[in-house]
Design a protein around this ligand. Structure first.
Ligand SMILES: Cc1cc2nc3c(=O)[nH]c(=O)nc-3n(C[C@H](O)[C@H](O)[C@H](O)COP(=O)(O)OP(=O)(O)OC[C@H]3O[C@@H](n4cnc5c(N)ncnc54)[C@H](O)[C@@H]3O)c2cc1C
Length: 235
């Protein structure tokens, strides 16, 4: 008799994949869902014009990898591809989705009402006096008091959202009252050349601390898969 198929395990969008890094005090995460290609793939792609394909890398290939990266000859790196699952506040999502070379799919508040979570910063920073985009640590901030105000505001917004749904307002309009701190989940696929560009920009002192945590998490996830490139990039 044929074996009965194992029941399919349904995962909700908000469950991190097995390989993930927690960020934002455990409120967010970035996980590696899938990947394609190795460093050998990139080396073979770089040498394809000579018709040489190797099964494994040797020391000359390491020199080639360094040359490719240092000279921004990044197209061979585009044969290595990663898919991440990201759980982050909307404001991090907005910054991330400016990177047009990634492919994205995101949970939709037009379809789902459940699992509404809002981010509460673990540590608040003050506005930088000399850089309009930047923030600085400050001993003057009332951390507990301000965090409590944010928590209250998050809760008020979610309660209003739920009240609107209960009154019969559709999800696609009711979601307008949810805050920037709303947590969202998306899948994001990118090749290694464009990932390096993203990490340069988003794990940088110029980037917002919150998205920086995700970029650092990605470095941890991909380092074991591309160890020589990670060393060259000083990840
Ligand atoms: C610290 C920081 C502050 C920022 N502040 C602001 C801000 O105040 N306001 C704001 O609006 N944005 C801001 N941004 C977003 C920024 O302008 C870029 O949109 C974002 O960093 C994506 O970079 P990118 O276009 O290089 O990446 P991708 O979109 O991933 O593109 C990668 C590369 O592909 C090429 N490319 C992609 N699409 C095109 C295209 N259509 N035409 C030509 N070449 C293309 C470019 O070479 C590009 O560098 C900020 C980004 C950072 C890192």
């Amino acid at each position: 008799m044929p074996e009965a198929a194992a029941p399919k395990k349904l995962q909700t969008a908000n469950i991190p994949p097995p390989r993930h890094v927690m960020v934002l005090d455990g409120q967010g995460w970035v996980g590696l869902l899938d990947h394609m290609g190795t460093e050998t793939t990139a080396v073979n792609a770089a040498r394809v014009s000579f018709g040489k394909i190797r099964e494994t890398m040797n020391e000359r290939d390491l020199v080639l990898l360094e040359y490719l990266i240092q000279n921004r000859h990044t197209s061979p790196l585009e044969h290595i591809v990663f898919t991440f699952s990201v759980h982050c506040p909307l404001f991090v999502r907005s910054q991330w989705h400016r990177h047009r070379t990634w492919s994205y799919n995101e949970i939709s508040r037009r379809y789902t009402e459940e699992e509404i979570e809002c981010f509460i910063p673990g540590h608040l920073r003050a506005q930088s006096a000399d850089n309009r985009q930047a923030s600085v640590d400050s001993a003057d901030l009332d951390q507990a008091g301000c965090r409590s105000l944010i928590e209250q505001q998050n809760r008020t917004a979610v309660e209003l959202y739920e009240k609107l749904l209960a009154q019969g307002v559709c999800r696609e309009q009711a979601r307008g009252v949810l805050p920037q701190n709303l947590m969202t989940t998306f899948w994001a696929t990118v090749d290694l050349g464009n990932l390096i560009h993203f990490l340069d920009l988003r794990d940088s002192a110029h980037a917002q601390a919150e998205i920086r945590e995700y970029a650092a998490g990605i470095k941890q996830l991909v380092q074991p898969l591309v160890p020589n490139i990670a060393r060259i990039m000083k990840w």
